[in-house]
Design a protein around this ligand. Structure first.
Ligand code: IMP
Ligand code: MG
Length: 196
């Protein structure tokens, strides 16, 4: 698996010390507030575990499972894998995701949970903010931004620390970029096979 990595963008130690800072910020901002953290699966499972263990506040955690990527391209369609969501009435909501790219995912989730940016009261939540590990420097298809960002990155496809390429590489402890050979191998693996 390590042979497939062309370069490491953020080593584990770099990520963890940045999470110390981010957790400190969240602890200050949410002290004394009823907080519900909603983590977007699968990509944010490592980020969620490392970040929330650094926030010494009472809080509730819920997970939402969605998918939108196919290979290294966003499809623009966000699939929700479940129907029910937590009761957010009178709660301060913090949405956690691995990466903000086109913005389709965060936009769709916000709509689904609370009826859009202009109507945070739609679900009865007291506030609604978003926190991402990575924010890609791209022009977004949707007008969304994150309130808390661990790292800004250039427009490159990255894997590791929860992020996948066709569901692989999520367990790498760092964030890195794949070799061309690994990307091509992944493309061939998911190509539909045609019978003669
Ligand atoms: P968006 O909907 O385009 O903002 O993308 C958000 C989702 O796409 C993330 O939750 C990831 O699952 C996936 N994604 C976007 N960029 C990357 C990447 O560089 N590597 C792996 N997954 C990505
Ligand atoms: Mg993904």
């Amino acid at each position: 698996m390590l042979d497939d990595i062309r370069k490491v963008l953020f080593h584990e130690s770099t990520i963890l010390s940045r999470l110390d800072e981010l957790a400190h910020e969240l602890t200050t901002d949410y002290r004394g507030k009823d907080l519900t953290v909603i983590a977007i699966l699968n990509g944010s499972f490592v980020f969620m575990a490392d970040l929330l263990r650094r926030v010494p506040l009472p809080l509730q955690v819920d997970c939402l499972s969605v998918s939108s990527y196919h290979g290294t391209q966003t499809t623009g369609l966000v699939n929700f894998r479940q129907n029910g969501v937590a009761d957010l009435r009178n709660r301060h909501v913090l949405l956690l995701d691995d990466i903000l790219d086109s913005g389709h995912t965060l936009h769709a989730i916000r709509e689904r949970l609370c009826g859009g940016e202009d109507a945070p009261g739609g679900c009865g939540a007291l506030s609604f903010r978003t926190c991402v590990l990575l924010r890609k420097n791209v022009e977004r298809a949707r007008e969304v931004d994150a309130d808390y960002v661990a790292f800004d990155i250039p427009n490159e496809f990255v894997v590791g620390y929860g992020l996948d390429y066709n569901e692989n590489y999520r367990n790498l402890p760092f964030v890195g970029v794949l070799t061309e050979a690994a990307i091509l191998r992944g493309m061939r693996a998911v190509e539909p096979t045609h019978s003669p």
